[in-house]
Design a protein around this ligand. Sequence first.
Ligand SMILES: Cc1cc2nc3c(=O)[nH]c(=O)nc-3n(C[C@H](O)[C@H](O)[C@H](O)COP(=O)(O)OP(=O)(O)OC[C@H]3O[C@@H](n4cnc5c(N)ncnc54)[C@H](O)[C@@H]3O)c2cc1C
Length: 603
Amino acid sequence: MTEYTAPIEDIKFVMEELLDIYNHYKKYPDYQEVSPDVMEMVLTECAKFCETELAPLYQSGDTEGCHWQDGNVTTPKGFKQAYQNYVDGGWQGISHPVKFGGQGLPPSIGLIRTEMIGTANWPWSMYPGLSLGAASTLIEHGNDAQKKIYLPKLTQGTWCGTMCLTEAQCGSDLGLIRTKAEPTGDGAYEISGSKIFISAGEHDLTENIIHIVLARLPDAPEGSKGISLFLVPKILVNEDSSLGEANSMSCGSIEAKMGIKGSSTAVLNFDAAKGYLIGEKNSGLEYMFTYMNSARIGVAIQGVCSSELAYQISLPYAKERLSMRALSGTTHPDMAADPIIGHPDVRKMLLTQKAFSEGGRAMVYYAGKMVDELSQCNNELERKHIDDKFGFFTPILKGFLTEVGFESANNGLQVFGGHGYIKEWGLEQIVRDARISTLYEGTTGIQGLDLLGRKILLERGRTLKAFANEILSFCRNHSVISKNAHRHRMNKFIWPLSKAVVNWQRYALKIGVKARKDRDIIGSASVDFLMYSGYVTMAYFWAMMAQKANEKIAEKPDNIEFYRAKVRTAEFYFDRIFPRTRLLAKTMLAEPKSLMRMTSEQF
Ligand SMILES: Cc1cc2nc3c(=O)[nH]c(=O)nc-3n(C[C@H](O)[C@H](O)[C@H](O)COP(=O)(O)OP(=O)(O)OC[C@H]3O[C@@H](n4cnc5c(N)ncnc54)[C@H](O)[C@@H]3O)c2cc1C
């Protein structure tokens, strides 16, 4: 059985020491009450639920998978009870508005819940996870009646929600959607078409499922401008939220997949199903972008979860498994051989996982602060500013953290040698489960285009410049020649970081200039540029964490080893991971000719 221990000390370090979270909450009237006691309660109770109820179902859920019969889906043994306990614990609505039955805690606290349930059991966590997406879409764009009827049940978790975008002919390019919506004359619509790959599309955890569906009206313009968003309940709902008759839709099948087998991935057939328009006609894709930013943070967390779980499982193995003698001299002369944790290559694999997990956590919770700000900000100009920064950050988090999360999972498996390939240890499952994270919610290729094309070149690098200035200002504040000893210690982080940040803007500019002559440079550079951006962003967080840790070390706290380990992990990151940016700089700037010249026939 895969075991999970919630990394409470590290989450507290990030939230309380790195992000100074209570002073941040104090800025907002709605979050004044969030104290260290509230944080402690959320951390310990959520950890207990995840460690004792979800983690034990991780491997068994994979072995059993979901079952489809006659349109109904049964989730693996134990999933339904765990879901009921989750609902009873009030976890789904922890950061939903109080007026819809939620607890009104900041979204950043909701992210802690998402990280913990996701690391303990990612496939299980997808049921409430997709539902959060459906609820936030309704909060943002639904009308009053829709909010009143559907949100309290979604907030409690009594009903689940889904996001139905993908069809057989389109995933990345949603402009190709064919599902139709015909007005019925009474304010409702008949939805007809087939959606594929719908996570949590059908299951036995809740009495109803509320589908959020993209479809086209009969007179809609072609392409992405002609897509509208609809609410389509599996069971029709009366005005008092009681259940009516079954809607005209069915689950045709569920996918047999590589991983996340406990999560049902459904083909949904809508056969003149009753649906209700959300917001304005033909604005569906625009609304989806609001949803996608938060959903992409949800998937970015999967990168952290994969790194964290792989690390938690491979670390004790590396301490116990014996093989040969350490190169620098025997560490355990009383044993037949030394533990593999003494070997540099094994250490590299462990530290890579640790660096990505802790660095990724800091990046995600920093974004959580932006979501808090967005949820409270009423000033339009300020809101736009935060939204732009969040929008810029999203593809970096989603694209980069899922790629390195998968790398971490692979490293975890490698630490086990051949045993990693054997099901019993759980690592091969983490690798299989992590693989999807670079694909759904927009592939890494699509994240790269979003970052470089939409979020940088289209807006002439404005947000990149603002974020780069934030990093450079941190660098300036911590690199001065100073009598303060821990400031000197920061120079090894600050100098390479500032250089890479200055180059980050130069490379964007260079690509922008080259793109005037050859548009293919954008597509040929985008994924390398995205990864470069990820490594630089993570370096900023590692530098900040090292700085905080150095300050704490000077105070000689009881848990001084925690802070020393932080500094050492930062050193590892800058020595052995961060130099990857140099290669990426070279490849992103290479002319696209060698990619584009070959004809399709020559391949
Ligand atoms: C397990 C699972 C769960 C899912 N859950 C959901 C869900 O809940 N709801 C939902 O609606 N969908 C869901 N999806 C669908 C998922 O979001 C899509 O599969 C994904 O967005 C990619 O779309 P696609 O499969 O059509 O690939 P395609 O769009 O066909 O892409 C194929 C390849 O081409 C690349 N590509 C495409 N266009 C470009 C371009 N312009 N430039 C460069 N490269 C490009 C892509 O990066 C990719 O490598 C799920 C999928 C899976 C497998």
